[in-house]
Design a protein around this ligand. Structure first.
Ligand SMILES: Nc1ncnc2c1ncn2[C@@H]1O[C@H](COP(=O)(O)OP(=O)(O)OP(=O)(O)O)[C@@H](O)[C@H]1O
Ligand SMILES: Cc1ncc(CO)c(N)n1
Length: 268
């Protein structure tokens, strides 16, 4: 039987931990058929990003059209979009097709602080993509870049959620992974009226590369399976918590979370 399908519009991480590689692993782990529209090829390892090459925006849009008009998608996620031109092309392509709910993870930098987005593209996120989004999932650095709000507490997460929601998405998830003094990891969901809190343990690990991508891809998977946004975020939070618990060291730097946490041992 044909499984449900999800599309990620994202960059490649040559180290295999984040980006479209994390998204695909997550889609597969959730029982979906995963598809990719590649936006950029990053030169990346466990230490950081040393460069990237941007795929022409019209080629990104063509990938979206090609898979959605033939294979079909029940949900879409965006990750690294890199430039204002790519954001405009993605918004245009998604307007032409019915690809289900849209999860926008507004990737601006790697966890090492290496930029993955041109500065002028922040305005395009706000004007072209957020109003189309079912859900946006910024981390606290992205919140600051997009809104100017510097979040240092759970109360700050609420303030930021209100400001982000005014930019047009149906739902906002302000992730709290970067609030390192908080003994737990709280992700805050807001629909303009009600706040929903999703709390999980904070593991003492530095190996969280790809965590944001994995969370957003797990939420996208649940949306593709017909769950509501709060149900999908609850599923995603449980999924990322187990993925961080199963994270492993890699190379000389930061290791990835493991979306394949259910398959713990390699083949015999
Ligand atoms: N040490 C940790 N233990 C458990 N969960 C964590 C930890 N760090 C982050 N998380 C969770 O992982 C998810 C990603 O959150 P975070 O705020 O780190 O996003 P991010 O910066 O976009 O991720 P990344 O850039 O590492 O891909 C959230 O659900 C967050 O609560
Ligand atoms: C390609 C890519 N996308 C997203 C991230 C953020 O995790 C990354 N480091 N690399």
């Amino acid at each position: 039987m044909t499984p449900p399908r999800a599309l990620t519009i994202a960059g490649s991480d040559s180290g295999g931990g984040a980006g479209l590689q994390a998204d695909l692993r997550t889609f597969f782990a959730c029982g979906l058929h995963g598809m990719t529209a590649v936006t950029a090829v990053t030169v990346q390892n466990s230490v950081g990003v040393s460069g990237y090459h941007v795929v022409p925006p019209e080629v990104v849009a063509a990938q979206v059209r090609a898979v959605v008009t033939d294979i079909g998608a029940q949900a879409v996620k965006t990750g690294m979009l890199a430039t204002a031109g790519t954001i405009a092309a993605v918004a245009g392509a998604l307007d032409e097709v019915d690809a289900g709910p849209l999860v926008v993870d507004p990737v601006a930098a790697s966890m090492h602080g290496d930029p993955l987005l041109h500065e002028e593209a922040l305005a395009s996120y706000r004007s072209a993509l957020f109003p189309r989004a079912t859900l946006v999932t910024p981390n606290l650095d992205e919140v600051r870049l997009l809104t100017g709000v510097a979040v240092t507490s759970r109360a700050g997460q609420r303030e930021a959620a209100r400001v982000l929601h005014d930019l047009g998405p149906r739902w906002v998830l302000v992730k709290g992974g970067h609030l390192r003094d908080d003994p737990e990891c709280l992700d805050l969901l807001y629909d303009g009226t009600d706040f929903h809190e999703f709390t999980g343990p904070r593991f003492a690990t530095e190996h969280t590369h790809g965590g944001g991508d994995t969370l957003a891809a797990a939420i996208t998977s649940a949306l593709a399976l017909g769950r509501s946004v709060p149900e999908a975020v609850a599923f995603g939070k449980g999924f990322i918590t187990e993925s961080v618990r199963a994270a492993y060291p890699l190379g000389r730097g930061t290791g990835p979370v493991s979306p394949l946490w259910r398959l713990t041992s390699p083949l015999p």
